[in-house]
Design a protein around this ligand. Sequence first.
Ligand SMILES: [Fe+2]
Length: 432
Amino acid sequence: MKKKTLLFQVILAILLTNSILMNNSSNLISATLDNSDSAPSKLTNYNATSSTEYFNETSHPRYSLASRPIDLITYPHKGYPEIIIFDESLTVLVNTTSDASDWEFYLKSGNETVFLNILHTKYEGGLWHFDLKPSINSAGLFDLQLNCSAGSDYQTHSVKIMEEKSYPFTFVHLSDTHFPAYDIYNTTDICLRNIAEIKEQDIDFVIFTGDLINGPSWMFVDPLTQRPLAAEIGMRLALWVMDLLDLPVYMIAGNHDLDSSTILPDDPATIWKKYLGENPVLNYSFLDWSFIGFGSTKEGLDQNDFNFLKSAVSSRANSPNVLFYHSNYKEQASTIRNSYNIEVMLYGHEHKEILSVKDHTLYYCQAPLFYNASTIFTVLNETHLEMKESTYDFTILLEEVTESSYTLTLFTSMTLFAIVYVIIRKRKENLS
Ligand SMILES: [Fe+2]
């Protein structure tokens, strides 16, 4: 009887240890929390720009060229660019009928034009898939022009060509521009000033996490009707300003971008799709790192969003993953953490800076660009990332996950062995 009790205690101890190991997702990076509201105090010093200045396209057409709708090119485009290196080919997807012909593709930057040779083409799922190669190796940020029998399209800043991709590389996280105005803030004027400063930095690309436009902005109203200006005007203005960054910008929608407001003369969600495409998911990689972006109309994800996220992350299970989205859904996303290695989650929406580390994941909420907030991330190698002068080291995390898995397997085997041993002993005792 004493032996049985002893064995029972041993099994209990093993199971308890096992349970502790399973739940011990030790944070390898010390968690920090900063809920400071970073609104500068002198924003009211900015003078509101008149409606005439920004919205009379006849007298001030400076933004009109940058903001063309998506007509044919579904990828890459100004909100979902592609970055390639010398001698690499470029994938272009075109949405038109199967009988389209006379294809011509060009890259344009200032006075430079680079012809794109067609290496391979196929028509699948209602889309033309092109594999294109620049006729010459020329580094820079380019607009993509398409001419074909079905029409033409022109997507600004949609292709970046680099001589090579190497560590360290950098990206800047921007969010919540709320063009053309938010509350008392003339976001247009403020963002223009901030963008001038960002351009001085050495940055490879931009991640933008939603609320590009504000929707109803009473600072700017139609001089004739006194109604808020259309979402489309805000969108065109926003895209003109974002083009001034001279960087590839990965943009996902926020709740303001997809709001179906009846106050405006038009529907923001329709305008977003018209200028930035139907696909709410961005999925691209830079060296070893994968970046997955999701547009969202609300807090959290519905089942469709969740399935998208799961499949996108799982498809790159061996890469460190950076997820970006508009509003926080870290509790939902944490349930699929086992599918990937390193998780950095970037979001906006809160209009304040929040930095925390939980369950191996670095969460960062970017304050609005109109609060003069932008954050540069430097990716040092396949496991180290630097932001705000702190380096986040994921190497030990990976090693510990591996060790933990090994230990877990060992303890599970021992537990099973102990159970089998008890059963055999009990049978022997019953027989004797
Ligand atoms: Fe916002």
